[in-house]
Design a protein around this ligand. Structure first.
Ligand code: SF4
Ligand code: ZN
Length: 306
């Protein structure tokens, strides 16, 4: 197998693009694709300060590494969720990465902010762990991004295509209206972008391998059995038979959305407790904190997520 670009020995074959590439040309290809997504969707420019949320996995660490290499002004942000040994092992990878790459990564611990871990909050409030985690992450990521122009996350093509499939199967109109590679800044919400939306999971794994990024391979224990994993499997089977389907699926949706779907109108006001934008009386995070602080936590019905 020869590299399409230089004729040297190819090390990767990308079925969805029908090309084989050597290591160096693959890395260039990966950067080109990422930059194309950044420019096409107006995510950020050279002078912007970018906060990159890093979990310790290949996608987010790969994104931070690539953006730094491409000359952007980046800072990492890691949220320690307090999940059994998994969170400590993730933090270890992030800290080693930061030291090796010479990049600043800010670390925040959920336990310090909430007074307990995600798992403990879930048990005490009798609410699914991932639902608590979602509320906490959204809130703290947004808060951390206040001093930056934009918050970037490592969602890849497979993540986005699986989310889209789920939203379509269940006709989640509100979510479909908001699903995109960019969520513009609005009334207290930071601008959020997903520069790897058109880089597949296979590509981010190959990129991390070639660039020598040491990342956490195990997934969060609470992700087991998640429907998103099932949807990814279904899409992989389709991709196997029809290479390029995931890209066409997502790309087609973004074009369709631009022409035909309007994001749902929501009226936001600042939470009286913390100032975070909310549609309710107080924001979900403050509700969560209040429930945890009151002794009624284990007796109360579940707090509704956003
Ligand atoms: Fe949080 Fe883990 Fe659930 Fe993801 S799988 S939302 S990291 S608890
Ligand atoms: Zn609040």
């Amino acid at each position: 197998m020869k590299c399409r670009m230089c004729g040297g020995k190819a090390e990767v074959h990308l079925r969805s693009h029908n090309i084989s590439l050597c290591r160096e040309d693959f890395v260039r290809f990966f950067h080109r694709r990422l930059l194309r997504t950044v420019n096409r969707f107006g995510m950020f420019g050279p002078g912007d300060r970018i906060l990159v949320a890093v979990s310790g996995g290949k996608d987010s660490l790969g994104l931070l590494h690539a953006l730094k290499k491409l000359g952007y002004d980046v800072t990492g942000y890691h949220l320690h969720l307090g999940i059994d040994g998994y969170s400590d092992r993730s933090l270890e990878k992030v800290e080693k990465f930061a030291e090796r790459e010479g990049v600043e990564v800010k670390v925040e611990r959920v336990g310090d902010v909430l007074g307990c871990t995600i798992a403990e909050a879930s048990r005490r409030l009798r609410r699914p762990t991932c639902s608590i985690c979602g509320t906490v992450k959204r809130y703290l990521f947004n808060r951390a991004a206040r001093d930056y122009d934009v918050l970037a996350t490592g969602h890849n093509l497979d993540d986005e295509a699986a989310t889209l499939l789920g939203n379509i199967l269940h006709w989640q109109e509100g979510y479909l209206g908001r699903q995109g590679p960019v969520l513009e800044e609005e009334e207290g919400f930071a601008k959020k972008v997903k520069p790897l939306s058109f880089n597949s999971e296979y590509e981010t794994a190959a990129y991390a391998f070639f660039e020598g990024i040491d990342y956490i391979v195990e997934g969060c224990p609470y992700a087991r059995g998640a429907t998103s994993i099932f949807y990814k499997g279904v899409l992989n089977r389709i991709e196997e038979e029809m290479p390029g389907t995931k890209i066409r699926f997502l790309d087609g949706f973004y074009s369709f959305r631009r022409k035909h779907i309007r994001p749902p109108e929501v009226s936001l006001r600042p939470c009286p407790e913390c100032g975070y934008p909310t549609t309710g009386e107080i924001c979900n995070f403050c509700k969560l904190k209040a429930r945890l602080q009151s002794g009624r936590a284990t007796l109360s019905p579940a707090v509704r997520g956003p």
